[in-house]
Design a protein. Structure first.
Ligand SMILES: Cc1ncc(COP(=O)(O)O)c(C=O)c1O
Length: 481
C-alpha cells in the first residue's frame, strides 16, 4: 500500500463502523480505500484495481459511472436537489412512476424479450417486449422509499393495512420462505430466514410462518427442479389451509434467493404460488430488489412465471447503483382500499425523508433508458452462455457440490463431501479465504459462506469473465488447502 492509502485505511478504522463486518477481522484484513470507479472496475488509492464481480452488493447494474447516468445526475443537480414528496411532486418522480408502471410485469409478457418496450412515441425496436403493452397494467401505483429494507417494510405494512381497512384485522401474519432474505430492519428481518442475520434479534421480531423453499439444491435425489417446485407448492398448500385466515401475504424472492446462498428455483413455483395466493385470497409480495432489471435474464424475474404480484419491491439496480432509492408497485385494488375521507382513518401514513429523491429518480430514469435503447439483456444472454462454458470444468471439482446459474447470477457451492453435500463448517470461513485470494489478485469476490458467486455489472467483457472465473477457481483451491 502507498503511504496515503495506508493513512486513509488507518483513519477509517479509527472512526468508521462498517456494515456486515466483525471489525476485529480488520486486524489482519486490510481496509481498501477506493479512489475511483469505472465500468466493471474499482481503483484503489494504492494504484491497484479490482474487478467488481459482485456489482458492489448487486447495485451496480450497468457498470460504475455509466456516462448516461452520470450526465443525468449532473443535469438534475442544476435543477432540484430534493423536495419532500408529501404535498409536492417533481417531474423525475412522476416520469419514473409512469415508466415503472409501463414496464412492470403484466402477466402477458413473453419471457425472453430482449429490451424494454419502446416509449409510445418511439418506433418499436427489434426484440422489444411489445406484446406486453397490449395487456393493461395491473401494477398501477408506485410508493417510493429509499432503500431495499424500507421497501419491504412498506409492502408488509401496506398488505397488513389493506386487510385492516377491509375489516379483516385478524390477518396479522406473513408467510415467508426458508432461506429467504429481505433486509435487516426489524420487519424485513422478521421475514428473513438466514440465521447469521436473524438469530440474535429473534426475540424482537414478528413471527412469520416459514414455508419450505423450492430451492433446487435441496431437491430429493433424482428430483427435477420443476418436480421439487411442485412438491413445495403442495407443502405450502397445507400451510395455507391452516394459516391463510390469519395471514396477510406470502413474500418471495423470485427465482433466486440471493443472500441465502444464491439458491435457485424453477419458475413454475412462481406460477403455482400466484395461483395459491389467489385461491386463498392472500397478497403475493415479490421482492425483486436483487433480481430485478434483467439479473435473471428477463427484465423482471416474475415474467418467467408469467405472474403479476400484488406488491413488487424494487431497489438496488434501479438507479444503476448510483444512489439509494426503492419503489413498491401495487394494484388499484390495494390503492382503493386506502382511498377515503381523512376521517375514515384509512390513509397510509408512512414516510421516509428522502422518499422519491429527484436526483435518484433521474438516475433511475437514465438506467431504464439504457435498458430500453440498448440490447443489454440480449448481450447478457451471450455473456451468460460464455460464463457457462467457463464454469463447466468446475462441476468435476472434488469439493464443488453444485454449479448453478440464472441469467447473470452464477454460484459455485463448496462442500466438504461432494457426494453427501455435507457443508464445510461455517467456522472454517472457507469463503473468506476465497475473498482474500480474490483481493490479492485484482478481484472483488465476496462469497456467502460456502457459496462463491458472481453477479457482475452488465458491462463485463468475455475476457473479464475468463479472469473472474480463473481467480475464483484458484481461490477455491487455496481455500481448500
Ligand atoms: C432480496 C433482497 N431484499 C431486500 C434487501 C435489502 O435491501 P437494502 O440492503 O437496500 O436494505 C436485499 C439486500 O441485499 C435483498 O437482496
Amino acid at each position: 500500500m502507498t503511504l496515503y492509502a495506508s493513512e486513509l485505511a488507518a483513519r477509517d478504522l479509527a472512526v468508521v463502523w462498517h456494515p456486515c463486518t466483525q471489525m476485529h477481522d480488520h486486524e489482519t484484513l486490510p481496509m481498501l480505500p477506493i479512489a475511483r470507479a469505472e465500468g466493471a472496475w474499482l481503483y484503489g488509492h494504492d494504484g491497484r484495481r479490482w474487478l467488481d464481480a459482485v456489482s458492489s452488493w448487486w447495485t451496480c447494474l450497468l457498470g460504475h459511472r455509466h456516462p448516461r447516468v452520470v450526465a443525468a445526475l449532473k443535469d438534475q443537480l442544476d435543477r432540484i436537489d430534493h423536495v419532500m414528496l408529501a404535498g409536492f411532486t417533481h417531474e423525475p418522480a412522476i416520469q419514473l412512476a409512469e415508466e415503472l408502471v409501463r414496464i412492470a410485469p403484466r402477466g402477458g409478457r413473453k419471457a425472453g424479450a430482449s429490451r424494454l418496450p419502446p416509449l409510445p412515441h418511439e418506433p418499436s425496436s427489434v426484440g422489444a417486449a411489445s406484446a406486453a403493452i397490449d395487456v393493461p397494467p395491473t401494477l398501477t401505483r408506485v410508493f417510493y422509499a429509499d432503500n431495499g429494507s424500507s421497501a419491504i417494510e412498506v409492502a408488509l405494512k401496506l398488505s397488513f393495512h389493506y386487510w385492516r381497512n377491509l375489516g379483516r384485522g385478524e390477518r396479522t401474519r406473513f408467510i415467508a420462505l426458508t432461506g429467504g432474505y429481505h433486509g435487516e430492519t426489524l420487519g424485513a428481518l422478521s421475514v428473513t430466514d438466514v440465521a447469521l442475520y436473524r438469530h440474535t434479534y429473534a426475540p424482537l421480531l414478528l413471527e412469520p410462518i416459514f414455508a419450505p423453499s423450492p430451492d433446487a439444491y435441496e431437491a430429493a435425489p433424482g428430483e427435477s427442479a420443476a418436480a421439487c417446485a411442485q412438491r413445495r407448492l403442495g407443502e405450502l398448500r397445507a400451510i395455507l389451509e391452516c394459516h391463510a385466515h390469519e395471514s396477510c401475504a406470502v413474500i418471495v424472492e423470485p427465482l433466486v434467493q440471493c443472500a441465502g446462498g444464491m439458491r435457485m428455483h424453477d419458475a413454475s413455483y412462481l406460477t403455482g404460488l400466484r395461483a395459491l395466493c389467489d385461491e386463498f385470497d392472500l397478497h403475493l409480495i415479490a421482492d425483486e430488489i436483487a433480481v430485478g432489471f434483467g439479473r435473471t435474464g428477463t427484465l423482471f424475474a416474475c415474467e418467467q412465471g408469467g405472474i403479476v404480484p400484488d406488491f413488487l419491491c424494487l431497489s438496488k439496480g434501479l438507479t444503476g447503483g448510483t444512489l439509494p432509492l426503492s419503489a413498491v408497485l401495487t394494484t388499484t385494488r390495494v390503492y382503493d382500499a386506502f382511498y377515503a375521507e381523512y376521517s375514515a382513518g384509512k390513509a397510509f401514513l408512512h414516510s421516509h425523508s428522502y422518499t422519491g429523491n429527484p436526483i435518484a429518480c433521474r438516475a433511475a430514469l437514465a438506467t431504464l433508458a439504457v435498458l430500453r435503447d440498448e440490447p443489454v439483456l440480449e448481450r447478457n444472454r451471450a455473456l451468460a452462455a460464455h460464463l457457462d462454458t467457463r464454469l463447466a470444468p468446475l462441476v468435476d471439482h472434488p469439493h464443488v457440490a453444485d454449479v448453478r446459474r440464472t441469467g447473470m447470477i452464477a454460484a459455485i457451492e463448496l462442500a466438504k463431501d461432494k457426494r453427501t453435500r455435507e457443508p464445510f463448517p461455517a467456522a472454517e470461513r472457507r469463503g473468506l479465504r476465497v475473498y482474500r485470494h480474490g483481493l490479492a489478485n485484482g478481484m472483488l469476490l465476496r462469497p456467502l459462506g460456502n457459496v462463491v458467486y458472481f453477479m457482475p455489472p452488465y458491462c463485463i467483457t468475455p475476457e473479464e469473465i475468463d479472469r473472474m472465473v480463473e481467480v475464483a477457481a484458484e481461490g477455491i483451491d487455496v481455500a481448500l488447502r
